[in-house]
Write a protein that binds this ligand. Structure first.
Ligand SMILES: Cc1cc2nc3c(=O)[nH]c(=O)nc-3n(C[C@H](O)[C@H](O)[C@H](O)COP(=O)(O)OP(=O)(O)OC[C@H]3O[C@@H](n4cnc5c(N)ncnc54)[C@H](O)[C@@H]3O)c2cc1C
Length: 373
């Protein structure tokens, strides 16, 4: 069988790429090792539509987040997928943090996010009576969505155009052929193997994207493609109904890897705190949430929510970030690369697609389609 394009992985990125490429490229296959789509990082995140505030100017994260956010809002409207532009408060709880709000606002403006509003402590209380802050930034374009409904929409859009999804099938190797294209070796759960030819391959394998790239013969250490896994745990919060209407984030603590333990709400108003950031040195996919961490989450959140009660917090779930940096390294950007330069024309790698990958998914799909053109 000869396929035009094979996409490895049916997370939100693979599905967005499939929906986009299905408009032009057939036959198109998505190969997924799990029994269904979106069973890994795409269903273990905060479901926040990020504005694009924190990322270095000019980075793919900044550009694709800002472009992807508006494309996403438009798509969510058109397809009637549940979402809300609820807004987010970025709160300084002491004067030293308030000084950082200016530089955060400047960085956001450099990224084209120019709708941030500075609020006094009283302004914050008027919007969110439970939140204590000396000052804050309000981001009106931050929102929340139902990510599972988004993935279902992308999947059915791709399928309508003839894209085939193959579950319970692991891509083991991508072997370039002389004269172009790739032999894709797959393994089924019963251990049987198969091989097919695909002219192009898009690697959207999330936590295993570095291994898939390595299977094509790329030296992932020499090219800076090796992934480092960072767990992000969440605690849910049984606060009284209407306790918060917006997302509340602290000013990111210095040298932190995440954004600091923040409060998110979902579409029915449930609150949760997290994610924190724990390096998983041995690369094991550890999704356990330790109830002993409750005090740490409580104290972090109580800085901006003084009425919070520790016994409202319960361990919920964890997601794992596929980062390109290990402890002590500088922040890395997404890698989205067409690999002609490495002698692999027609292979596009998407590696290190951590946050804001969900927000950026439609823009990433567009970017991948342009690289393949
Ligand atoms: C704790 C946390 C919070 C986050 N919060 C947000 C947020 O609020 N907003 C936001 O924009 N982003 C957020 N993100 C980032 C976002 O969740 C990810 O960027 C996005 O889900 C990545 O999607 P993906 O498709 O690349 O990866 P995945 O969802 O992991 O999908 C990859 C797929 O590839 C499959 N696969 C892997 N190897 C193979 C193989 N060899 N063969 C076949 N299939 C394979 C896997 O089974 C998996 O289904 C968060 C991430 C984390 C961890």
């Amino acid at each position: 069988m000869q396929i035009d394009t094979t996409i490895v992985g049916a997370g939100v990125i693979g599905l967005a790429v499939a929906a986009r490429l299905s408009e032009r490229r057939q036959p198109l296959f998505v190969v997924e090792r799990n029994a269904s789509f979106g069973q890994e990082t795409s269903s273990r995140n905060s479901e926040v539509i990020h504005a694009g505030i924190y990322y270095p100017a000019g980075s793919l994260k900044a550009r694709l987040c800002v472009r992807g956010r508006e494309a996403l809002y438009q798509r969510l409207e058109e397809a009637r997928i549940p979402h809300r532009r609820c807004g987010k408060l970025l709160v300084a709880t002491e004067a030293a943090e308030a000084d950082q709000l200016d530089s955060i606002r400047q960085r956001a403006a450099d990224n084209g996010v120019d709708d941030l509003e500075r609020l006094s402590g009283a302004g914050v209380r008027a919007l969110e009576p439970q939140v204590r802050a000396v000052e804050a930034l309000l981001s009106p374009s931050t929102g929340i969505l139902d990510s599972h409904r988004l993935m279902r929409h992308l999947l059915s859009r791709a399928r309508r155009k003839g894209c085939e999804l193959v579950y319970r099938t692991k891509v083991e190797r991508i072997r370039p052929r002389d004269g172009g294209g790739f032999d894709v070796l797959v393994r089924y759960p019963d251990g049987a193997q198969d091989c097919f030819f695909s002219r192009h391959v898009v690697n959207c394998a999330g936590l295993a994207a570095d291994q898939v790239a390595a299977s094509a013969g790329i030296d992932i250490d020499a090219h800076g493609y090796r992934l480092h896994l960072w767990k992000g745990a969440y605690f849910n919060c049984q606060a009284p109904s209407g306790y918060l209407k917006r997302l509340v984030y602290p000013v990111p603590p210095p040298h932190t890897v995440g954004l600091g333990i923040h409060a998110t709400i979902d579409l029915i108003g449930r609150i949760r705190f997290g994610p924190d950031a724990t390096y998983l040195p041995d690369g094991v996919l550890d999704y356990a949430v330790n109830s002993d961490d409750r005090d740490r989450f409580f104290h972090a959140a109580a800085r901006y929510l003084p009425s919070l009660q520790a016994d409202w917090l319960q361990p919920e779930m964890a997601g794992i970030r596929p980062k390109l940096q290990q402890p002590g390294d500088a922040v890395r950007d997404f890698v989205i690369s067409e690999e002609s330069g490495k002698g692999l024309p027609g292979l596009v790698n998407c590696i290190g697609i951590e946050s804001p990958g969900l927000t950026s998914c439609l823009a990433i799909a567009e970017y991948v389609a342009d690289l393949l053109e």
